[in-house]
Design a protein around this ligand. Structure first.
Ligand code: BGC
Length: 518
């Protein structure tokens, strides 16, 4: 991550003395509210854009189209401003995550999270009180700034605060909180849609709640030892480390962090390092996994599920209820990832998950092609079957490409390029999310049911890529990826020319000891 993740290695053979203390748990839960804020935003826009009062106020053309008896089913929501309402957030998030990466490094993780909650709060209030479209979009931009800061600082914070052996599980908790945020938003929409005419204001203003919790909570949590040490506050770093580990003999871990910091500080131009041939394999795999994650089409469901269901002829309420069902499936299925990710292996989960999504997308596309014409309604039984298939699709995503996209991109880089590499992963994710959010409704209008085959084609590409190109990283110490994974891979090994083979000296020295990572 651009802020410079400095923590000890989960893959190291040695376990530093540490307890899973109440401090760590409380800090993780509070920080994960950043994930909840992100998830709330993902889930809230689709339901709100399906509410008539909201459309009448800000998007009257869409409202008229939606209620026009002969309007094309596939096109009634196509409106670039409506798309901009959803997508503007992600554009702001790209810019903010870049700024946040510097903020994390210079001022620490805690102030970056505080900034996230303040941006979020302002955005929520602007949306709650929005009078004009401009104010609404401005609110979304503030929310985006919150998402950018939060997504940069929170995973970094959790990674650094967690004892190494609990780090994987605690990291998936961030994704879990994202899915819980999406579900809460779906539920809120379901209830507020009956509060007329201002239910949508409650939905959008509701984002202020997790923001306030994160803001208050961020005064309770500690700054990470790595961030303190990185900013020259060694003594405070040591004291904090003792406190969060619940033991006194933390010297070894402390020294590891100090050494990792020194290496990280020695690399003055991590982005230049990223451009070297030896960085190409992790750079391609760590970045493309986020392109693929988004082109599974997941956010079409997360953002536009209620709109999609309305397209099929469901009433507003039934559509919102269906979104609650898919949201619940998302949360429960993510729990599977918590337990299976370190057992089954990344490749197996990715291939299986993509195959399930592929089957679901193809059947949905086939059914809609057959039953959903421009003006007809889908028969009741078929519509229910489609909801079931969307649940199957969400399930396939939630224990594979969802959490693994984030996990793999954070573990494939060697220490010296990990910061810059992970920042590019976050930015790529936000950019592709923006593209999908901005283009989907227009694509639905033009491609109609074929849109499902468009995503199916991506899923086939992803399966082929994983089978042929993506190495297995399960159980490999993260600082041994270059030697044990990339240099042994049939294709990627060609990027390690003899002149490139040696990694920066400092890293090699550390590899001979029990090294720090992330
Ligand atoms: C993705 C989000 C998506 C969410 C769904 C995350 O991993 O990055 O774009 O909305 O999963 O649960």
């Amino acid at each position: 991550m651009a802020g410079g993740v400095i923590a000890t290695d989960s893959g190291s053979n040695q376990d530093f003395p540490a307890k899973l203390t109440g401090q760590v748990l409380i800090c993780t839960v509070i920080a994960a509210f950043g994930g909840l804020m992100f998830g709330y935003d993902i889930g809230i826009s689709g339901g709100v854009t399906g509410m008539d009062e909201f459309l009448m106020k800000f998007f009257p053309n869409v409202y008229i189209k939606k209620h026009h008896a002969h309007e094309n089913n596939y096109c009634k929501f196509a409106d670039e401003y409506l798309q901009l309402f959803t997508s503007s957030l992600y554009l702001a998030a790209i810019v903010a995550s870049c700024a946040a990466s510097f903020m994390c490094k210079k001022f620490g993780r805690k102030p970056t999270m505080q900034a996230a909650s303040v941006f979020f709060f302002i955005g929520a209030i602007l949306n709650l009180t929005a009078k004009k479209l401009g104010m609404l979009i401005l609110g979304r931009l503030f929310l985006g700034a919150g998402v950018g800061c939060g997504n940069q600082a929170v995973p970094l914070f959790i990674t650094e605060i967690a004892p190494p052996k609990y780090r994987g599980g605690l990291n998936v908790c961030f994704q879990l909180l994202i899915t819980i945020g999406i579900l809460i938003a779906n539920l809120v929409n379901y209830f507020t849609s009956n509060i007329k005419p201002y239910g949508w204001r409650i939905s959008l203003g509701g984002a202020a709640v997790p923001a306030i919790i994160l803001l208050i909570g961020s005064f309770i949590i500690v700054e990470t030892p790595a961030s303190l040490i990185e900013r020259g506050k060694k003594e405070r770093g040591l004291k904090t480390l003792k406190r969060i580990r619940g033991v006194n003999n933390v010297e070894q871990e402390f020294e590891e962090i100090v050494r990792a910091t020194e290496i990280s500080n020695k690399i003055k131009h991590p982005f230049r390092e990223l451009m070297k041939s030896r960085s190409v394999p992790p750079l391609i795999c760590g970045t493309i996994i986020h392109v693929f994650q988004q082109f599974t089409g997941i956010n079409v469901v997360m953002f536009y599920a209620p709109v999609l269901f309305q397209t099929m002829g469901f009433g507003s309420n039934a559509s919102l209820l269906s979104a609650v069902i898919t949201g619940t499936v998302n949360v429960l299925s993510t729990l599977i990832a918590v337990f299976s990710v370190d057992k089954a292996g990344r490749r197996k989960l990715l291939i299986l998950g993509a195959s399930i999504c592929l089957i679901a997308q193809c059947v949905i596309g086939g059914l809609l092609k057959k039953y959903l014409t421009e003006t007809s309604k889908v028969p009741n039984g078929t519509a229910k079957l489609v909801v079931g298939l969307i649940c199957l699709y969400v399930n396939g995503f939630a224990w594979s490409w969802g959490p693994l996209g984030w996990l793999i991109s954070s573990e494939v880089y060697p220490l010296e390029t990990r910061s810059g590499g992970f920042f590019l992963a976050v930015a790529t994710n936000m950019f592709c999310t923006f593209l999908i959010a901005q283009a989907f409704l227009s694509m639905l209008c033009t491609m109609q049911a074929y849109i499902y085959f468009f995503f199916a084609a991506w899923l086939v590409t992803m399966i082929v890529f994983v089978v042929a190109m993506l190495p297995e990283t399960k159980g490999i110490p993260i600082d041994e990826m270059v030697e044990r994974v990339w240099k042994k891979h049939w294709f990627w090994k060609r990027f390690y020319k003899s002149s490139d083979i040696e990694r920066p000296k400092a890293s090699i020295q550390l590899e001979n000891q029990d090294r720090p990572s992330q």
